[in-house]
Design a protein around this ligand. Structure first.
Ligand SMILES: Cc1cc2nc3c(=O)[nH]c(=O)nc-3n(C[C@H](O)[C@H](O)[C@H](O)COP(=O)(O)OP(=O)(O)OC[C@H]3O[C@@H](n4cnc5c(N)ncnc54)[C@H](O)[C@@H]3O)c2cc1C
Length: 309
């Protein structure tokens, strides 16, 4: 187990920031989550190498997160180092219709910059919260666009001395899923976008923005859709709505009245409240439709088996 003194060493080893015992509720869109051993903001690849060797020496795990907009963290927190690239990995470069971006960049910023460069393809994703890193792992998408569609390569820090460049052909992407390993830290990504008429790009963007505003509970803390849509049949939100669960709450966790696949943090919800409500929804949908709803959100810090139906 690492202690204050060990973390003091880590602080000396890297140029970036180390916040010990940092509450993860400050770093998740739900506003939920207990403390991580440390929340680390590396400044460079060298910092990442130092963090990796520190973790190996002290036998602690590393977790890389983005803005935590698709993340439920347990009340007990995370027994490991949480790495976040939002502060220092924010470069965006354009070369004609090619774009390179570091993964700490907000997806919305990348989309805005692409639009400024007259490049289309990602504009309907403008309202997806979070970083490029999170979007790649989740294969985030909206209104018929997906982040993987225009991706050509990624750069991954895999703990060795160098950063590895991997072609997008060697990565499998599916509906809100990708084949990245949980130990991969994605540093940057390259895209080839479509030169498009500015008016058309802006029209697509505005339609998507308006639809999002009218169909999602954007005034409440959430992590977007909690469950994946089943492979066949009706979407998860439809099934939850038809089961009469809109407005159902447990503790501070509540099924949104606006979009039934969103659970909102209505009043100081705990991760425990969230887990109970997720289980309740799953049980109800299983009884009514014999469908097991798979989680779309990612979870950290829970004991194995917590989310079994
Ligand atoms: C109001 C709202 C609306 C949303 N609408 C949509 C939508 O329309 N479509 C959609 O797809 N999603 C949507 N989401 C979900 C969420 O915004 C996306 O999944 C987003 O891409 C997550 O990005 P993030 O940076 O917050 O990732 P996080 O939640 O921080 O992490 C997600 C996963 O990625 C991993 N990860 C993050 N960065 C890295 C990295 N650099 N290297 C390696 N692993 C990394 C994490 O470990 C975790 O497994 C919505 C969420 C909210 C709150």
């Amino acid at each position: 187990m690492i202690n204050q003194m060990d973390l003091g060493q880590l602080k000396k080893m890297i140029e970036g920031k180390v916040l010990d015992n940092e509450l993860m509720s400050k770093h998740t869109s739900y506003g939920i989550g207990g403390p991580a051993l440390a929340f680390v903001e590396p400044k460079s690849i060298k910092d990442l190498q130092m963090i990796k060797s520190f973790a190996l020496r002290n036998e602690v795990k590393i977790y890389c997160i983005g803005s935590g907009s698709n993340l439920l963290v347990s009340d007990a927190g995370i027994n490991g180092l949480v790495i976040n690239l939002e502060k220092y990995f924010k470069k965006i470069l354009f070369n004609n219709n090619k774009c390179y971006a570091e993964t700490g960049v907000k997806l919305s910023k990348l989309v805005k910059e692409s639009i400024k460069h007259g490049l289309g393809g990602m504009e309907t994703m403008i309202g997806i919260p979070g970083t490029l890193g999170g979007a790649l792992v989740m294969n985030a998408g909206a209104f018929n666009q997906e982040i993987s569609r225009y991706l050509t390569a990624v750069e991954i820090f895999n703990g060795k001395d160098t950063v590895e460049r991997i072609s997008s052909n060697d990565i499998n992407f599916g509906y809100r899923t990708s084949s990245f390993k949980s130990t991969d830290i994605i540093i940057g990504a390259e895209f080839v976008l479509n030169p498009m008429d500015a008016e058309e790009i802006e029209k697509n963007r505005d339609i998507a923005n308006n639809r999002r505003k009218s169909t999602q509970p954007l005034k409440f803390r959430s992590a977007g859709s909690v469950f994946k849509n089943p492979k066949q049949g009706q979407p998860a939100g439809y099934l939850i709505d038809k089961a009469g669960l809109k407005g159902k709450s447990i503790g501070g966790a509540k099924v949104s009245e606006i979009h039934a696949n969103f659970i909102v943090n209505d009043a100081d919800a705990t991760a425990g409240d969230m887990v109970k409500l997720i289980e309740y929804i799953r049980k109800t949908i299983m009884e009514k439709h014999s469908i097991f709803l798979e989680l779309e959100i990612k979870t950290l810090g829970f004991a194995e088996g917590t989310f079994d139906a």
